[in-house]
Design a protein around this ligand. Structure first.
Ligand SMILES: [Zn+2]
Length: 118
């Protein structure tokens, strides 16, 4: 008794990549360290508010949509290993435009081995 609270373990971002599957020219981040294809934007000074739908039978709060307001991008990093993404000059990337440019400019630099067609 008394073990209240959920651990909030709801990392269900998996559907996005599947949606992108088969679409045209989407450039994906690839972590230079671990090869993970997901990056995350880390923001600081964010005010987040979450709609509370009600309380369920067990006494837990049921959350609805969340809204975040304000905030400043601190960095971009690998979702898996936390490797901070730096641009060509070794500067920390701190805007979505910068990040997009960086990923776009990585074209051709990834170590994809060309398969020889028979
Ligand atoms: Zn990584």
């Amino acid at each position: 008794m008394g073990k209240g609270g959920s651990d909030g373990n709801e990392g269900d971002t998996g559907s996005l990549e599947e949606m992108m599957e088969g679409t045209m020219s989407i450039k994906k981040f690839k972590c230079p360290k671990c090869g993970c294809r997901r990056a995350e934007e880390v923001m600081v000074n964010v005010t987040e508010s979450i709609v509370i739908e009600g309380i369920d039978e067990d006494g837990y709060v049921i959350y609805g949509n969340s809204l975040s307001d304000g905030g400043v991008i601190d960095r971009y990093q690998c979702q898996k290993c936390g490797e901070v993404i730096l641009d060509e000059q070794g500067r920390q990337i701190a805007s979505s435009e910068h990040f997009a440019n960086h990923i776009s400019s990585m074209k051709g630099k990834t170590n994809i081995q060309k398969r020889v067609k028979k």
